[in-house]
Design a protein around this ligand. Structure first.
Ligand code: HEC
Length: 189
């Protein structure tokens, strides 16, 4: 029995449609579901009741809460913070900051040894006037306030970052920063 050309075309067509269906569906599923690890390239600031105006590209997260209030909660989470999780959160900072010993500043100052460092003191980095004027040191609490909401805590900073909305993530991040030093800074007990 011979398969004539018409028959062959029909069979080939059927096979192609089946393949298309299988791979098409697979692609659509993958596009939607991702690999479980899908993360948006940036975090949209949480909607805020207060209108929380000034940060470019959106209001600061949890604008209802002052940086001071948030920092108290974050510091209270430090004894149980997880530096390993903090390392993952640091990816949000790594687009602008290196945090390795003896590396030059990039968009932002090098964050190696930043815990308890004097504010605005990384050699050769051109800090904003607002940052230079603030004075003091980067204690855990100061870091918590700033990273929670950079523009609210230091209006005029040139760090263009909306802030972290999760207190737990921020505590974990601080625990990670504390490890980045010749002598890691102990977390409060
Ligand atoms: C879009 C770029 C950008 C991102 C993202 C960013 N930063 Fe910054 N950061 C800067 C710049 C620029 C400065 C200098 C700010 C100034 O002079 O006002 C800075 C300053 C700082 C300082 C002050 C350091 C010092 O030497 O006084 C700390 C601490 C800091 N950033 C932590 C972080 C952390 C933690 C993250 C992630 C959660 C982060 N930054 C994300 C750009 C960025």
């Amino acid at each position: 029995m011979r398969i004539d050309e018409f028959e062959f075309t029909k069979i080939a067509g059927a096979i192609l449609s089946a393949l298309l269906l299988i791979f098409g569906t697979k692609t659509i599923i993958e596009m939607n579901v991702g690999h479980g690890a899908f993360k948006p390239g940036f975090t949209l600031p949480a909607p805020s009741e207060g209108g929380g105006a000034e940060a470019p590209g959106g209001a600061a997260p949890a604008a209802a809460e002052t940086p001071e209030e948030a920092a108290k909660k974050i510091v209270a989470l430090l004894p149980k913070a997880n530096a390993e999780n903090g390392k993952a959160t640091f990816k949000k900072c790594a687009s602008c900051h290196v945090a390795e010993k003896d590396k030059k500043a990039t968009v932002g100052p090098n964050l190696w040894d930043v815990v308890n460092r004097k504010r605005a003191s990384f050699p050769g980095f051109a800090y904003s006037d607002a940052m230079k004027a603030k004075g003091g040191e980067w204690s855990f609490e100061e870091l918590a306030k700033f990273i929670h909401s950079p523009k609210t805590y230091i209006p005029g900073t040139k760090m263009v970052f909306a802030g972290l909305s999760s207190d737990t993530d921020e505590a974990d991040l601080l625990a990670y920063l504390a490890t980045l030093a010749d002598t890691p800074v102990p977390l409060p007990k």
